[in-house]
Design a protein around this ligand. Structure first.
Ligand SMILES: Cc1ncc(COP(=O)(O)O)c(C=O)c1O
Length: 454
């Protein structure tokens, strides 16, 4: 028997990582996290694009306590509360034109599941019973539940569950750094959008219900994003074949791009917007599906109800939090800060890491950025996945007081290592400088330690 002497690894909490003990955190303040030993970490990933307004906001804690004293739970089958009504109105007021309904969830995977089921039901409502397949992009991540995982394309997350997953069509990602069509120019030819047309031909429009994609990619290829022309082409193909376009804004939404929704920065309007993370900002488990009138009215006209729901949908505590988060973002002008700090972050990353022999790509929009590490800059060959460069870099950062979110799979089956950088919207220019310099120092230390790459 493998006996661990670590009290956490051997303790009652079933940890996600069974082999490395996590750090026990004690508190958070602004952009910083503090562990029980008193160490401070700059939260340069806001958890995972979650803590949008920063940690330790008394105003949010007070709103939560007020609502908890008044009413903490109302079952959504028969009841609704004022905080839920207010939050929905605030989200509608800030959504693209035509989005007048919000379906609440408790997180990103639930929002994606709701999008998949609503897309399907809206087609059935119009008598288009054959429409059931959900197209997504290769190397994407859309959530951990089985429906969301079926539209995800990351072998390390999907492989153990392959027999349980519906086989859904995948198209090329819009990923200039590793794109066969435009890698040389690093600007998108939109050939990757045409790949959706290929799937329409192969599967038949009568079978296709929806297409789902992130306007700015989060964990699977952080910071990569297509130009407006890409999204226009996607929109045209969806319109031509009656395919519902779902924007997964679980990470990119709620202000992280510098506009409320990243799709607003492309000039293209999707049909559904799935979101979570930044709207609860870490203070509550809150997600939402923003629904365009066309989809909503298709369902309503059928005289059916949405055959879907969760016990915690529209929970008043979570809704009270979401409302305060929106108020704080607006009162403190944080959308402008996101734009300014996002530009500074990308500039500093490019200056400091742009010529690094093991940095292949630096990209992002707003405060959603990524740095991709490579074994060879010229061939863009990723590191051997067994080296676990992403894990080494994020650990080396933690040792230096910086938290970034390491990930992989951006180079498909061949692996790929990157870090997601998505700090709270209140990040300062001094913190951006610390972040970039510390990441560079950590990367150098990791590379110096790798067999054969120093
Ligand atoms: C783009 C995207 N969609 C969906 C999800 C799933 O969200 P959750 O972990 O809240 O279920 C995530 C989580 O990282 C995500 O990044």
């Amino acid at each position: 028997m493998d006996v661990s002497l670590d009290p956490l690894l051997d303790g009652p909490v079933f940890l996600r990582d069974l082999h490395h003990a996590p750090i026990v955190l004690d508190r958070g303040e602004g952009a910083y996290l503090y562990d029980e030993a008193g160490n401070r970490y700059l939260d340069a990933a806001a958890g995972a694009a979650v803590a949008s307004i920063g940690h330790g906001r008394a105003e949010v804690a007070e709103a939560l306590a007020r609502q908890a004293r008044r009413l903490a739970f109302a079952h959504p089958s028969k009841f609704i509360t004022r905080p839920t009504l207010e939050l929905a109105q605030k989200m509608v007021d800030r959504a693209p034109a035509g989005f007048n309904r919000v379906f609440f969830t408790s997180g990103g995977s639930e929002s994606v599941e709701a999008a998949i089921k609503l897309a399907r039901q809206a087609h059935v409502a119009r008598g288009l019973d054959g429409k059931h397949k959900i197209v997504s992009r290769r190397t994407s991540y859309h959530g951990a539940t089985l429906g969301a995982l079926a539209v995800t394309d990351q072998e390390e997350r999907t492989a153990p569950f392959a027999p349980l997953l519906r086989v859904e069509p995948k198209i090329a990602p819009c990923y200039p750094y590793r794109c066969r069509d435009c890698a040389a120019t690093r600007s998108c030819t939109t050939a990757c959008a045409d790949d959706l047309e290929r799937v329409v031909e192969e599967e038949g429009a009568a079978a296709l219900a929806a297409f789902i994609a992130e306007p700015i990619v989060g964990s699977s290829a952080p910071g990569s994003h297509g130009p407006p022309a890409y999204w226009r082409r996607i929109r045209d193909i969806c319109d031509a074949h009656d395919v519902i376009f779902v924007a997964d804004e679980v990470m990119s939404g709620n202000g992280r791009s510098g506009t409320w929704w990243a799709m607003q920065g492309t000039g293209v309007t999707p049909d559904l917007i799935a979101t979570a993370k930044g709207i609860g900002a870490g203070y509550a488990s809150l997600g939402a599906l923003l629904v365009h009138d066309d989809v909503f009215e298709a369902l309503r006209a059928s005289k059916r109800d949405f055959a879907h729901g969760h016990t915690y949908s529209g929970n008043p505590l979570a809704a009270a939090v979401g409302s305060v988060v929106i108020d704080v973002i607006e009162r403190e002008g944080l959308l402008d800060t996101v734009t300014a700090m996002g530009e500074l972050l990308l500039k500093r990353l490019a200056e400091t890491l742009g010529d690094h022999p093991h940095v292949g790509d630096v990209r992002g929009r707003g405060l959603l950025a990524g740095v991709e590490f490579v074994a060879d800059r010229d061939t863009r060959a990723p590191f051997d996945p067994n080296l676990q460069v992403r894990t080494r870099v994020s650990r080396a950062c933690l040792e230096r007081g910086l938290y970034v979110y390491g990930g992989g799979g951006s180079a498909g089956r061949m692996g790929g290592d990157h870090v997601l950088i998505a700090p709270p919207f209140i990040v300062t220019s001094e913190q951006v400088t610390f972040l970039v310099e510390t990441l560079c120092e950590a990367l150098d230390a990791v590379v110096a330690d790798l067999p054969g790459t120093a």
